[in-house]
Design a protein around this ligand. Structure first.
Ligand code: GDP
Length: 440
């Protein structure tokens, strides 16, 4: 295992999505191997083991599972194994393929994906299964769109297993269907590469495949290097969702959180919402070092004068007085129902997980149901929503809660909706009715 130094390259978070068995683990395992992150001896061992069990075809997927297990046991490999470098970037795969609960992690987790690789099998029947009403190719694309992930790389996998192998005709058929669907969801498909690969044989992962001379687009790793870094929202108003609050003797109150937008400077007067309490920033610390100012993406602890530990808590949001975080009396969202045993109706009150806050909110209106293929209105004021539906819905938080419009503050405008210990749905906030509050 190569030890990976902290890279100076820009860092991007990547999710790998797609229908079960379409080759996510195999593709990622093979890329890590080809980029030199896996000891060839280790691979040979696994190959031997896999052969013995008559599952030679699982080699790379096994590799990934094996690495995952080793990580869980805390042996040999440190946490960085899911990180890799390309020419331009330093990537972290924020949810390992095979983790079926990527949805919840994507929304409520500390890390947000900058880009996604969608792995789609071109094998006869498999592609069609992924695009069926229950298919995860379809579902994951809707989720990615809902979460605001615009940069998607589509890997059309198992090209070695088309009929005949490496069939351009099959490739065209697959991407034609995908492009129509993605266009319907609102993706700009002119910016999305559709790369024919074999995660198993390695075609078009790093080097161009001689088996598909008809393809002249980028390889998978080239496409990763073509990802655009989203600009840091430093010109936007300050927003810091609070993760925790400490009272440190000799220093005072220290809230901790990640700057999502704007810039925080030493000496700034800031306000915490919903409590509407004002304080002055005495110092800012990142990675145990004092800094003068903090920017989007920085995880910081900062000492505030005029605020006690009991005044504020996790889920509150800090901002400047000139443009304080919004407390929502009511908000409207585009909601996707991932799972529900029966029906979601007006009056349903799940817990909303947005940024660091978890607060119950009641559905007050089902405004409309959307056509999953076009995203356009299909039904006004539906009686109920069921699993798989996308709808425009109004919510009323039962306690004061800060959220923002997704278009203005993406990190504060997306949420997961949970009930019965499961993720029921995910949403992005399209509108907020603010509550006017007196700043103390
Ligand atoms: P995941 O569930 O999406 O992570 O899929 P896996 O990576 O576990 O792969 C599922 C099955 O498809 C395994 O039997 C793999 O060996 C096989 N597979 C994956 N990629 C390819 C490929 O490029 N070609 C062929 N022929 N089989 C593949």
């Amino acid at each position: 295992m190569r030890v990976i130094p902290m890279s100076e390259k820009p860092h991007l978070n990547l999710v790998v999505i797609g229908h079960v068995d379409h080759g996510k683990s195999t593709t990622v395992g093979h890329i890590l191997y080809r980029l030199g992150y896996v000891d060839p001896k280790k691979l040979a061992e696994l190959e031997e083991e896999a052969k013995k069990k008559g599952k030679e075809s699982f080699k790379y997927a096994w590799l990934l599972d094996n690495l995952k297990e080793e990580r869980e046991r805390g042996v040999t490999i440190d946490l960085s194994f899911m990180k890799f470098e390309t020419k331009k970037y330093y990537f972290t795969i924020i949810d390992a393929p095979g983790h079926r609960d990527f949805v919840k992690n994507m929304i409520t987790g500390a890390s947000q994906a900058d880009a996604a690789i969608l792995v789609v099998s071109a094998r006869k029947g498999e592609f069609e299964a992924g695009m069926s009403p229950e298919g995860q190719t379809r579902e994951h694309l809707i989720l990615a769109k809902t979460m605001g992930i615009e940069q998607i790389i589509v890997a059309v996998n198992k090209m070695d297993a088309t009929e005949p192998p490496y069939s351009q005709e099959r490739y065209k058929q697959v991407i034609d269907t995908l492009q129509k669907f993605m266009k319907g969801l609102g993706f700009d498909i002119s910016k999305i590469p559709f790369i024919p690969i074999s995660g198993w044989n390695g075609d078009n992962l790093i080097e161009r495949s001689p088996a598909m001379p008809w393809y002249n687009g980028p390889t998978l790793v080239e496409a990763l290097d073509n990802i655009q870094i989203p600009p840091k929202p430093i010109d936007k108003p300050l927003r810091i969702p609070i993760q925790a609050v400490y009272a440190i003797s000799g220093i005072g109150t220290v809230p901790v959180g990640r700057v999502e937008s704007g810039v925080l400077k030493k000496g700034d007067r800031i306000v915490f919402m919903p409590p509407a309490i004002v304080g002055e920033v005495r110092s800012i610390e990142m990675h145990h070092t004092q800094i003068e100012k903090a920017e989007p993406g920085d995880n910081i602890g900062f000492n505030v004068r005029g605020v006690t530990k009991t005044d504020i808590k996790r889920g509150d949001v800090a901002g400047h007085l000139t443009n304080p975080p919004t407390i929502a009396k009511e908000f409207t969202a585009r909601l996707f129902i991932i799972w529900h045993p029966s029906a979601v109706t007006v009056g349903y009150t799940p817990v909303i997980h947005a940024h660091t806050a978890s607060i119950a909110a009641k559905i007050t209106e089902l405004v409309s149901k959307l056509d999953p293929r076009t995203g356009k209105e299909a039904e006004k004021n539906p009686q109920f929503l069921k699993q798989g539906d996308t709808a425009i819905v109004k919510f009323q938080p039962i306690k004061q809660m800060v959220v923002e419009k997704f278009s203005e503050f993406p990190a504060l405008g997306r949420f997961a909706m949970r009930d019965m210990g499961k993720t029921i749905g995910i949403g992005v906030i399209t509108d907020v009715v603010p509550e006017q509050v007196q700043i103390k």
